[in-house]
Each structure stands twice: as C-alpha cells, then as structure tokens.
Design a protein around this ligand. Structure first.
Ligand SMILES: [Zn+2]
Length: 144
C-alpha cells in the first residue's frame, strides 16, 4: 500500500527546504484572507478584491522567501504585537474563570486578590502595598 501521507510530507519538505514555510504571520494572513473571501460574498467591493490579491501575493512571497532572517524578524514583530493585544484580555478571562476569588484594583495600582466571603455584600480588604482599606462588593459567596 502506498502511503500518500508520507509522499505528500516528503514533497512538502522538499518544496519548503531553505524557504520560510508556514509561520504564525502566514497563518494570521490566511485567516485574514478567508475573512476577506467571506466579505467578498456580501460586499461587491473593488477594495476587498484588491486586498485579497495583495494578501495572496504577500503570503506567497513570505512562504517561498529564502531570506529567512528577515522573515523570522517579521514573524517576531507580529507575535510581539499579538501578545501585546491579547494579554490584557487574558487577565480578564482568567478572572472570570476564577470562581474562588474576588479581585479589586487599588488606587496605587496593585490588584488585590481575596478569597470569596461567606456572605454576599460589602467586604473590606487592606492593600498589601500601600495599606489603604479598600471596599469590595461581593456579588458571589463561597459555596459550602
Ligand atoms: Zn494600594
């Protein structure tokens, strides 16, 4: 039996040898291209078509490029921007997922984390950094 997966893999490896191949930036551009294609169905816009063409050219160029140093640098810049954009939301998502603690930002900039109280209502905590008393309104309570 012929293993098509291995044949495809070796052909792919030979094609990308010494070339940039797929990196995070190309993946992002590919998703962007899909969004553009979907937009193109609804909007009969000349700009969307032009953007599709430009994106495809950039993807093809970056994929086949032999100047790895520049491509890796571009990918790093892209990843830095991406993490910079995502990280503030990561914190919020983590806090929503955390069902056992309450969070409060002190006026000094420190975020205070306290366990859920036994009763809902107003709770007071002292900031470990500046010693200021902070009021936390607890809408959830500890499950017993
Ligand atoms: Zn403080």
């Amino acid at each position: 039996m012929i293993n098509y997966k291995d044949i495809f893999k070796s052909l792919y490896n030979r094609a990308i040898m010494g070339r940039n191949g797929i990196d995070d930036l190309i993946k992002f551009q590919f998703y962007f291209l899909i969004i553009l294609v979907i937009l193109d169905i609804f909007l009969d816009s000349y700009i969307v078509g032009l953007l599709q063409l430009i994106t495809m050219i950039i993807i093809g160029y970056r994929f086949m490029s032999k100047d790895m140093y520049k491509r890796v640098k571009e990918n790093q810049i892209f990843n830095n921007i991406r993490y910079g954009l995502i990280s503030p939301f990561k914190n919020i998502i983590r806090r929503i997922k955390d069902r056992k603690h309450l969070y409060k930002k002190c006026s000094c900039g420190t975020t205070i984390k306290t366990p859920l109280p036994k009763k809902c209502g107003i709770k007071h905590t002292t900031c470990p950094n500046c010693g200021k008393r902070n009021r936390i309104i607890a809408l959830r309570k500890k499950k017993i």
